[in-house]
Design a protein around this ligand. Structure first.
Ligand code: M6R
Length: 601
């Protein structure tokens, strides 16, 4: 969702801010803007649409060595130039960017700003007008800023500049991500470290309800009551090249291709150097062992990984597990067991729906574990334990390598849980993951074949169905999500046996149906379901394994442990979606209306 950058240094800020915003494009946005402080005051530029449109509008203008920038994903008010950030106070003295949602903005407007004519429909604008109104009453800027923030209910990451002071950016944060970076005679602000890696790798974490007074030669962290807080810096291990496309046209294809490396990386990170077996933190092992039931909470693709995770936890580690959509769990909590362990799965570690659940379960004193790709993210900081998926930055909005990494980490968790209880699983997760990495490589090498399947089944269709049973049912739900989010083809994933209870009515001549069959015990059943749709005119595409294949199947996967086949059966589905979207001229990496990091409920 919205992205924030800021810079104070010796160089002109414009290009640095624009580059930073480009690095945040992956989060999803519909307008962008920057503001620069210079000798003539504040220069403000904002445009609806892509960053390229903003750059065109700025042209040769844009002077100043201090500035802030923003990409907006509309919540309050349509995507437009007026609603784009930065927003300015009435006198033009203060300029501000914001990520998050201010729940009480209407009330604040009524109470404090009744005589102010707002220039936008946003919740954000009240913040900058509040700062100005408090500053006008004689408070210094630090006080006015802290006072304004202490009135806000909701989530925010904020950066504010003052026309009369070109050496300070005031930043504040509550529930929305924001980092401050420090370098040699330079300071930066960013929603995500990767936006400012071209300036520094040293960052400072900001906690909720803290502000930071950022100057070129140093920073000061304070609580909202003004107490000064000491905070060390950390060095991010993200490599700048991880955030570049390299020779690829799209991040999505690059990230699909990276999956074998990610799996090998996970093996390394979770393997004990001494005995070569899985190594999990003792505290996590104990928490898992103590729990009488696991509650997996996630959204979107991460939820689909959770469905596979549940199967692994129950079938391998004998642990009763439920999987819940975070936004549903948040307002419709099921009956809980006596001693639950909550597992939050989130690529970004920032998903607001998950965080809402985490806040609630912490209040009740339950233990929590986050499985995430972003160390230092909100869910990581707030949960008791974290398992890192080590997939490297995932930039394409459509999640691919993060999904397979989440399932791989679940397989490690399940194996460890089994071992802790003395259960003989008959397989070794490390060996199996090695085979999976090889199988993924084989599949990634068959791009021509995947493109052909996309051509034969998806290029011109309006809709598409995916069916599977058992583990395959979970994967087809992910396959359908992948296809719809990037190609805009209406796609749904169903349990094979469920079609004749309603959905089969939608099958017409030529309707594409992708059947996935990797589970031997239901191979005959799903093939029966495929015959039922063929009999009604469907254009059926079958993905099987060496163990389940029949003549005429479109894609045959290498044999691996059946329980872990989702890690490889999703690869053709990802590639087919990619080629379908490409052919249909869609913006593969930045599909419409979507954001990478969903920081509002
Ligand atoms: O960052 P998270 O894993 O918590 O995000 C959850 C979903 O928003 C995400 O998986 C979304 O469904 C992806 N765009 C799917 O490709």
């Amino acid at each position: 969702m919205c992205g924030i950058v800021g810079y104070i240094g010796n160089n002109q800020a414009k290009d640095i801010l624009i580059k930073g915003l480009q690095k945040l494009e992956y989060r999803g946005y519909d307008s962008a803007g920057i503001a620069l402080v210079n000798d003539s005051g504040v220069e403000l530029h904002k445009e609806k649409g892509r960053i390229a449109a903003l750059e065109d509008a700025i042209g040769k203008e844009g002077k100043g060595t201090t500035g802030i920038g923003h990409t907006r994903w509309a919540t309050h008010g349509a995507p437009s130039r007026e609603n784009a950030h930065p927003h300015q106070s009435i006198s033009g003295r203060f300029t501000l960017v914001h990520n998050g949602v201010i729940e009480n903005y209407q009330q604040l407007k009524r109470e404090y700003l009744a005589d102010v004519n707002m220039a936008s429909e946003t919740d954000t604008e009240v913040i900058v007008q509040l700062v100005e109104s408090f500053a006008e009453k004689g408070e210094n800027i630090d006080e006015a800023f802290r006072r304004a923030l202490s009135l806000l209910h909701g989530s925010y990451a904020i950066a504010l500049i003052d026309k009369e002071d070109n050496d300070t950016i005031y930043v504040g944060k509550n529930k929305s991500p924001l980092l401050v970076g420090v370098g040699d005679d330079v300071s930066v602000v960013a929603s995500d470290a990767m936006a400012m890696l071209h300036i520094t790798k040293e960052f400072v974490e900001i906690m909720d309800q803290e502000i930071v007074i950022v100057k070129q030669d140093g920073i000061q962290v304070k609580k909202l009551d003004g107490t000064v807080v000491e905070r060390d810096t950390f060095t991010t291990d993200i490599d700048e090249s991880d955030t570049e496309k390299g020779t690829y046209n799209h991040f999505m294809l690059k990230e699909i291709d990276e999956q074998p490396f990610v799996i090998r990386n996970i093996i390394q990170k979770y393997q004990d150097d001494d005995d070569g077996d899985i190594k999990l933190d003792n505290a996590i092992r104990a928490a898992l062992n103590d729990a009488d039931r696991l509650y997996v909470i996630a959204a979107g693709t991460s939820y689909h990984a959770g469905l596979v995770g549940k199967e692994l936890m129950e079938k391998v580690a004998d642990k009763p597990t439920e999987v819940h959509i975070a936004s549903e769990f948040l307002y419709n909590e099921p009956l809980l067991s006596k001693n639950p362990l909550f597992i939050f799965i989130s690529q970004s570690g920032e998903t607001a729906d998950c965080r809402g659940v985490l806040v609630n379960v912490k209040e009740k004193g339950y233990k929590s574990l986050t499985i995430t790709n972003v160390p230092g993210s909100t869910l990581t900081r707030e949960a008791d334990f974290t398992l890192h998926t080590h997939a490297g930055p995932e930039i394409a909005v459509a999640s691919t390598k993060a999904y397979t990494a989440q399932m791989a980490v679940f397989s490690i968790l399940a194996m460890d849980g089994a071992r802790a209880q003395g259960i003989n699983t008959g397989f070794n997760a490390i060996n199996e993951l090695g085979l999976i990495a090889n199988a993924m490589e084989t599949l990634c090498d068959q791009k021509d074949r995947m493109e052909q399947v996309a051509r034969d089944y998806m290029f011109d269709t309006r809709n598409c169905f995916f069916i599977g049973r058992a583990m395959d049912y979970h994967v087809v739900q992910e396959g359908a999500l992948k296809l719809k989010e990037i190609s805009y083809i209406q796609a749904e994933g169903f349990a094979g046996g469920e079609l004749k209870h309603g959905t089969i009515a939608l099958i017409e001549d030529g309707t594409p149906v992708v059947g996935v069959t990797t589970q031997e015990h239901v191979n005959a059943n799903i093939r029966g379901n495929i015959q039922e749709v063929i009999a009604r005119g469907a254009n059926a595409c079958i993905i099987s394994t060496e163990a389940t294949k029949e003549e005429g199947d479109n894609i045959v996967l290498p044999n691996i442990n059946e329980l872990l086949t989702p890690l490889i059966s999703v690869v053709p589905l990802q590639l087919i979606s990619y080629y379908a979207a490409l052919h249909r001229g869609c913006d593969v990496d930045k599909p419409r209306n979507l954001a990478k990091s969903v920081t509002v409920e």
